[in-house]
Design a protein. Structure first.
Length: 302
């Protein structure tokens, strides 16, 4: 029985991971590369401005003598003209071959990067599918307050809240190259702690909904299920603030953040849909088989 649950979760994770990997390779990675180029350009521009300021301050202190400038310029002109005549033909011949090789190398590198993104997405999907829809779903399925067809989607929602939603309340996605005030040694435990808090909030919400629905009805059950998520938001208020500073425009930073969030929503939605699609047909047929067996057994009793 456990092997069937695990296989179903891994299959759903593979489908969702491949979709997520294609999304990263085709949409997200080019935009991230563009953001990296803007960051490098901003760094180089700031470096050039710093060099210009240093050179200006150096010139204000004094200059070299006039004779040394004439001697240097005369020697450099003779040397440059002699060397350039000998090497120009050789360099121009090699440059065309280098351009062709550079285009080929860049195309191969881009193809390899896309293949790695798809493979990494598939692997990540398999891990999530096996952990949440294989192991966790095996133990939690009886307690999930939903019809069998909707349990996969509730599990996907809980997985998104645990892995992404709750940690993002404290550490939202940041653009490439952005500087963060909290160190990595602080961010990693904080992210893990918010993941644990998100998992506990999901479990508490399911428990509260089940108990209140039986005793008080659906409306109080929904309100009670929302309380753990409200407490999760309150917990995020008391977490240390992570100030982010980057060279990108606010519009591009917002677009990248939205892109990262959309990628995670897409991953969990496809994961839940694939898991529901891979639901064994015997589970749906078993409900109709029970009354059928009862009708068939009646003549035999006579």
């Amino acid at each position: 029985m456990f092997a069937e649950y695990l296989t179903r979760g891994v299959k759903a994770g593979l489908v969702a991971g491949l979709v997520f990997g294609l999304f990263m390779a085709v949409v997200a990675n080019p935009l991230v590369a563009y953001a990296d180029e803007l960051n490098h350009a901003a760094v180089e521009e700031s470096g050039h401005s710093h060099e210009a300021e240093s050179a200006h301050s150096h010139d204000s202190e004094g200059t070299h003598s006039h004779d040394s400038e004439e001697t240097h310029s005369h020697d450099s002109e003779e040397t440059h003209s002699h060397d350039s005549e000998e090497t120009h033909s050789h360099d121009s011949g090699d440059s065309h071959a280098g351009e062709g090789g550079g285009h080929h190398d860049s195309a191969v590198s881009m193809a390899v990067t896309k293949a790695v993104s798809v493979a990494a997405g598939g692997l990540w999907g398999v891990v999530l599918g096996g952990a949440f829809f294989g192991v966790a779903f095996f133990f939690l399925e009886p307690a999930i307050p939903a019809p069998d067809a909707a349990k996969s989607y509730l599990m996907g929602l809980a997985g998104f809240v645990t892995v992404s939603g709750a940690p993002w309340l404290v550490l939202p996605p940041v653009a490439p190259g952005a500087e963060q005030s909290l160190s990595a040694a602080t961010r990693l435990p904080l992210y893990a702690g918010m993941m644990l808090a998100g998992a506990l909030a999901c479990l508490s919400a399911g428990y509260a909904y089940t108990r209140l629905r039986e005793s008080s009805g659906p409306v109080p059950a929904v309100i009670g299920a929302a309380v753990p998520f409200a407490l999760l938001a309150v917990l995020a208020v008391f977490a240390p603030e992570n100030a982010v500073h980057g060279a990108l425009s606010p519009t591009l930073e917002t677009g990248l953040t939205g892109l990262f969030a959309f990628g995670q929503v897409l991953l969990w939605l496809v994961l839940a849909a694939a898991h529901a699609r891979f639901r064994p047909s015997s589970e749906s047929e078993s409900e109709s088989a029970i009354p059928t067996a009862g009708r068939d057994s009646a003549p035999m009793a006579d």
